[in-house]
Structure formats: structure tokens, C-alpha cells
Design a protein around this ligand. Structure first.
Ligand code: UTP
Length: 276
């Protein structure tokens, strides 16, 4: 069993649901209590043992590169004013991040495909930076890695029936408490979803997924869908759904975004009150 050491974070989408702000501020950089959303994702990946990260960006996402880079001018200023501690964050300056540009946002399947060279011959994780999890024990990706042996895995959660049309939905049979074997997957089913188990933004794939990504054609929303590549692989390979224990927040939805900020803010103020 190979260790999962590499992760792809696709962050090249246009964020159309959040326009007009996403015209200049990438959704992945939405602030959540003084940190951008994507930093929580990088932290989750590193905590799960990931050693190399590839972020897929596009032309208007340079802010992400700037954020995870040193700013010597700012450091010099803070040093002079004895405030350097305010910028002290290992994740920001020392994360093992590489970047690649997706020239046209043709879909998540296309974005992941760009990581083919980076991945090489190892299993790898995919984390969607607009899906944030608050988990009671282990981070969402760490939960998937705990179950990983050799087959691909998708983080899943139960979702209310009327919301299923917004997700990839799996048909799956329970194997263990939190583990399901997937026999079908449908992207955003308008009618008759195969279950109430929805795909979340956490995956572990074997490099064999690239041979399916190569062959997919434009699907739902006119995009190259990762879901279609997973579906194509199901006839040849096993794929498991792992039920993620924790609360999921889609920061592209205002309601979730505000709830997440409030919850983290309450947690933080509780910590400072109790000194923990
Ligand atoms: P989403 O569909 O949630 O994000 O994709 P989006 O496309 O930016 O937003 P809408 O649908 O237009 O409102 C999930 C993740 O995949 C990335 C996005 O940046 C987001 O983080 N993505 C999506 C890509 O990197 N490339 C793509 O072609 C599409």
C-alpha cells in the first residue's frame, strides 16, 4: 500500500455563483477569521500527511500565489516595528506548494487532469477548496486516508432529498460502518437520485483515473466532469465512499459561509475565555 503524499487543489474556477465579488476576489481567498479559505484546506492536507501540493490556478488567481509567498518588504517593516510575530505562520511561508495554470475553466475533470505529471505513479488526494469541514476528531482527508488501501475513495455525506440535485450522488452498498462500495455515480441528478449519499470535495485516486479523465466528454453544465471519469472507472475498478464525520460548509453559499465564520469565531472566543 502506497502512502498518499500528494494532493491537488483545483482553484481555477470562475466562481460564477458568487459574482460580482469573484471578478476580483477568488472564492478560494474568501476570508474566514483572518485566513483565506484555501489556507484551511492546505492545513487539512498537511495534517493528513500530504507532502506535496499542486494548486491549479488561472490567470486571475495570482492572489493565491502571493499569499503563500514571502513578502520581504512587509517582513522588513514588521521587524522594524517589532510586529514580526503577526506574520509568523509556517503554513503560509513553508508549505510545499506548486502551481499550474488551467487556461480555460473547462471543468473539474480538466483541472484534475492537469496534475498528471505531478502525480506520476502514486495515489493522490483531491481537495476542493470551497468545501470546508469542521470535524470533531480527525480532518476530512485524514478520515479518508485512514481507510485507504488500494482502491479509490470519495468522501460522502447524507444530504436532504431536495438538495441532492446540487451534488454528485452515489449508488452504494454499505461494507462497514462508514464505508460503502460505489456502483454508480450521477452528477447533479434532476430526478430520481440513486441515494441520499452525496459526494463531498474530498477524494483519493489512483493514477489510473487519468486514463478515464483523458476520455471523458463534456457533461453536466457543459463541463468536463470528474464524476464522469469516476463513473467510467467503476466497471473496471473498485471505488469506496467514506462517510465523513463532521460538518461541511460550502463557502460558495452565503448561508454556509456566514455559519462557518460564526462557528469558528465562537470557538476562538471560547478558547480565549477558557485559556485553552
Ligand atoms: P465549483 O464549480 O464549486 O467552482 O468547483 P466554480 O466553478 O469556481 O464556481 P461556480 O460553479 O462558477 O460558481 C469546485 C472547485 O473546482 C475548481 C473551482 O475553482 C473550485 O475550487 N475548478 C472548477 C477548477 O479548478 N477548474 C474548473 O474548470 C472548474
Amino acid at each position: 500500500m502506497d502512502k498518499v503524499k500528494k494532493a491537488i487543489i483545483p482553484a481555477a474556477g470562475y466562481g460564477t455563483r458568487n459574482l460580482p465579488i469573484t471578478k476580483v476576489l477568488p472564492k478560494e481567498m474568501f476570508p474566514i477569521n483572518r485566513k483565506p479559505a484555501i489556507q484551511y484546506i492546505v492545513e487539512e492536507a498537511i495534517e493528513a500527511g500530504i507532502e506535496e501540493i499542486l494548486i491549479i490556478v488561472s490567470r486571475n488567481k495570482n492572489m493565491i500565489l502571493d499569499y503563500f509567498d514571502r513578502s520581504l518588504e512587509l517582513e522588513a517593516f514588521l521587524e522594524k516595528t517589532n510586529k514580526l510575530h503577526l506574520l509568523k505562520d509556517e503554513v503560509i511561508t513553508n508549505s510545499p506548494i506548486q502551481y499550474m495554470r488551467q487556461s480555460y475553466a473547462e471543468g473539474l475533470g480538466d483541472a484534475v487532469y492537469l496534475g498528471k505529471q505531478f502525480v506520476g505513479n502514486e495515489p493522490f488526494a483531491v481537495l476542493l477548496p470551497d468545501d470546508l469541514f469542521l470535524c470533531p476528531k480527525k480532518g476530512a482527508l485524514a478520515q479518508l486516508i485512514e481507510y485507504y488501501k488500494t482502491s479509490s475513495m470519495i468522501g460522502i455525506q447524507r444530504v436532504e432529498a431536495d438538495l441532492l440535485k446540487n451534488y454528485g450522488v452515489v449508488k452504494a452498498e454499505k461494507v462497514k460502518e462508514c464505508q460503502f462500495q460505489i456502483s454508480d455515480i450521477v452528477e447533479k441528478p434532476e430526478v430520481s437520485p440513486p441515494s441520499d449519499l452525496a459526494v463531498t470535495g474530498r477524494y483519493i485516486f489512483n493514477p489510473s483515473i487519468f486514463s478515464y479523465l483523458e476520455k471523458i466528454e463534456k457533461g453536466a453544465g457543459g463541463e468536463l466532469q470528474l464524476t464522469d471519469a469516476i463513473k467510467a472507472s467503476l466497471g473496471d475498478e473498485k471505488c469506496f465512499g467514506i462517510k465523513i464525520e463532521g460538518d461541511r460548509y460550502d463557502i460558495g453559499k452565503e448561508e454556509d459561509y456566514i455559519k462557518l465564520i460564526n462557528r469558528l469565531w465562537k470557538n476562538n472566543s471560547l478558547k480565549s475565555e477558557t485559556g485553552k
